[in-house]
Design a protein around this ligand. Sequence first.
Ligand code: GLU
Length: 275
Amino acid sequence: MAALLLVTVTACGPSGGSDQKSLLHERVFIGGKTDQPGFNLHAAHTDRGLEVDLANYLGKEIGFKSKFHDVISAKREQELKDGTSDLVIATYSITPDRKEQVDFVGPYLVTGQGFLIREKYKGIKTEKDVAGKIICTVEGSTSAVAQLPRGTILHIEPDYSSCVDKLQGGAVQAVFTDEALLYGFVEQYKNSKHPLKVAPGITSGLINRYGIGLPKGHTADCKKLLRALRTYLTEEWAADVKVQLQALVHAYPGDWENRFRPDPEDLNRYSSCET
Ligand code: GLU
């Protein structure tokens, strides 16, 4: 009887039957935002940004090669559920709603939200000024459901680069989303005809914590990723942020690590597994 029981337990796997085949095989397909400078920008056949650096580090530690493809905010849960993506690394905030559908490892970055405007624009100085303005944000994101002042006119696009195009063209007055993400666009457009800035002194809405998304039930993979992320945050994170998110670092001299680097305790608190 005891032997039989042992066989049954082993066949179910260490987590009582919920653990599935590993996602972290030789080539891992990652849903990313390939149009977000600073985090992940695909140009001239190369991917560049903090999330690319993170994926490479995880691959080196765990032993896989990553292959990014583009995913929009609204499709992230679906891609994980239907297996189009093994992982999602896409400025993807860990939220209670999303955690019901997918698992997360993180956070690897913490950010407030803000408004991206043209550098010379004087129309938005405080959050109240947003009322009556056309503000672009993205479908399926935490920014699209944030509380903005009454009278704000929301314009919704599938991705942030389309919002920034509209801002450049003058069709919207601001782009609203995570502050860290906006600084990537500030850097990209710094020498353009219409340089951009994050409206100073207005951080609105909720704190967003970026996590690596994975389909539910892969506890062993979750733990491997979490262990590797822990060392990434102490060994490489700061150097990578300095290179990839220069406008953010310049905006908060001496304080950017404090603001954007997650507390090590957050890792067990927000991840779907513990180490
Ligand atoms: N981090 C937020 C989210 O996951 C906004 C950025 C995005 O849409 O990727 O919804």
